[in-house]
Ligand binder design. Structure first.
Ligand code: NAP
Length: 524
């Protein structure tokens, strides 16, 4: 396809008014063609109105029909993987292999949600039969299930230009729930966004979905994104990005006449606790694994391990090896100039801390390059300096040395909400670490034993969420099939005639789904 830089307003292309920049190759600083054209206010409004009217049709589509749509999107992406693999590295600095791998993950997510809604039990159908003779009062017939919220605004992420972008996890889970989606494309990768949006629109047309089930708008300067969040047609928001951006959208959503949920995934430093038993002879191997996790994707993962709690007496061999690997490491191209500059600022802020030692840093002055870095401080310093808990998005980490179990517990208590927390030690250590695990469980969405947080499996039991500020709502996940629950709400139907009930709640269970009937789970 030839790129035009124009938005998708339902099944049509927006004409736009003015350019809002273009993709910049982060490795060279060169502007790529075409220019991106910002959607006009009228086009944004049209996308919203189409989404609202599409919702009235799309919400009634069966699980099988939605599954066909989601699978068609995946198939259409599969057909353009070579185009993605060619354009993606120019826009993101990520290698071709990552483009292909992330395309696979994106298709996998879409197909996972297709299977989920086709099977159908996700709606959590519950039936309580009437008991007209119950004493002292009769019991009414009450049935409930999850229903879609309405049109969802999705803010594409910069750091997963496919799997958390136009047809990424937020879009896939919202469409699976029965919600139309209006995507605010990320300005970092407009070409990829256009390629994928075309795949989605074609799938919608080919599977008979209503126009407006999907739109994608370009626009910088925050205006287009804020207009979406303020729009009365939008009933929920999915976002991945900075804490400042997520917080701003949460505040806008809360101030609406009708406040709506914002599911924002924002900032995490993913503490890794190292216990004595993980060190000794294993110190160097652990440092090698830590280095691999820290530098994967130039550290630009929300699960990057940005913080280690490590015993002071045993830490030298680990710290020495990690510093050695880091010093010998290479710089990598970061996703965009803003992220690169933010990384350099974060490094400078750590360098400016008198109680923080720089153990290793690969300097990076060339265009768009970020180099790995390791810093070290003590628990006492960490506990009195909040600035040390700031996310430095990139391949930098801070080792914090502790002297006692009490100090380690204090460190664990001091951290804010996280996506993950990892603990390295022997199984015996782990069994005796009940209090620490309890603390960490209150801080993070995923607890990891003897592993590192990067590498997020997309599956039914994944929780990629956590208490604020890692996300705006610690009850949610943005990865895995549970992500669908963000975009649905339970509705009870009291004393409804059978014919007026959704198929999922009728006595005959023709869909053959698992349901709870009078308190008993089963396919009945
Ligand atoms: P961002 O600046 O938060 O932008 C993400 C998206 O949200 C963009 O589409 C942006 O729109 C929009 N946006 C941001 N602030 C907004 C506001 N106040 N009102 C309306 N829309 C707003 O994130 P980014 O560009 O991806 O990266 C910047 C920083 O975010 C990174 O340096 C890193 O620190 C952090 N980050 C963290 C994660 C993570 O998973 N923890 C992932 C990615 C980035 P515009 O295009 O109009 O600006």
């Amino acid at each position: 396809m030839s790129l035009t830089g124009q938005s998708f307003i339902g099944f049509s292309r927006g004409a736009g008014s003015e350019t809002c920049g273009s993709a910049i190759n982060p490795a060279t600083g060169e502007a790529l063609t075409p220019n991106t054209i910002a959607a006009t206010d009228a086009e944004v409004q049209q996308a919203l109105e189409l989404a609202a009217s599409a919702f009235q049709v799309y919400r009634e589509k069966s699980g099988a029909e939605k599954a066909a749509f989601l699978r068609a999107i995946a198939d259409n992406i599969e057909a353009v993987v070579d185009t993605i693999a060619e354009r993606g590295p120019q826009e993101t600095g990520l290698p071709e292999a990552r483009m292909r791998g992330e395309s696979g993950r994106t298709m996998g997510q879409l197909r996972m949600f297709a299977a989920l809604v086709e099977e159908g039990s996700w709606v959590d159908a519950r039936i309580e039969n009437a008991q007209p003779d119950r004493q002292p009062l009769p019991k009414v017939d009450l049935r409930s299930m999850l229903r879609p919220l309405g049109p969802v605004a999705v803010f594409a992420a910069s750091n997963f230009p496919l799997a958390f972008s136009v047809a990424g996890g937020d879009t896939a889970s919202a469409l699976a729930a029965g919600c139309p989606v209006v995507v605010k494309a990320h300005s970092s990768h407009p070409g990829l966004s256009e390629i994928v949006a075309e795949a989605v629109v074609k799938a919608a047309q080919d599977t008979g979905m209503p126009e407006g089930v999907f739109s994608m708008v370009f626009g910088g300067g925050r205006t287009v994104g804020q207009a979406l969040v303020k729009a009365p047609q939008i009933k929920a928001v999915g976002f991945t990005g900075s804490l400042a951006g997520g917080r701003a959208l949460m505040d806008i959503a809360a101030q609406r006449e009708e406040p709506i949920p914002v599911y924002a995934e924002m900032s995490a430093i993913n503490p890794v606790v190292v216990l004595n038993s993980a060190l000794g002879e294993s110190s160097e191997a652990l440092a090698e694994a830590a280095y691999g996790s820290l530098t994967m994707g130039v550290g630009q993962f929300c699960t990057n391990p940005g913080l280690f709690f490590i015993p002071a007496v045993e830490s030298d061999a680990f710290a020495h090896k990690l510093a050695e690997l880091t010093a010998a490491g290479a710089t990598g191209t970061m996703l965009n100039e803003g992220i690169c500059q933010a990384y350099r600022d974060g490094i400078a802020a750590l360098q400016g801390q008198s109680a923080v030692d720089q153990l290793a840093l690969v300097p990076s002055e060339a265009t768009g390059q970020g180099g790995p870095a390791v810093f070290r401080t003590t628990a006492a310093e960490f506990l009195k300096n909040e600035a040390l808990t700031n996310e430095v998005f990139g391949p930098a980490t801070l080792l914090v040395t502790y002297h006692s179990e009490a100090e380690l517990l204090e460190l664990c208590r001091s951290i804010e909400g996280q996506l993950t927390a990892s603990v390295h030690g022997s199984a015996e250590d782990f069994e005796g670490a009940g209090e620490m695990i309890q603390i960490l469980e209150q801080k993070a969405g995923r607890l990891i034993f003897n592993g590192f947080p990067t590498g997020v499996e997309v599956c039914h039991s994944m929780v990629h969420g956590g208490p604020f500020p890692s996300t705006s709502d610690g009850r949610s996940t943005s990865v895995g099939s549970m992500a669908i629950f963000r975009f649905a709400r339970a509705v009870s139907y009291q004393s409804f005639p059978q014919a007026a009930l959704p198929a999922e709640l009728r006595d005959d269970n023709t869909l053959d789904i698992f349901r709870m009937v009078d308190g008993v789970q089963g396919k009945h």
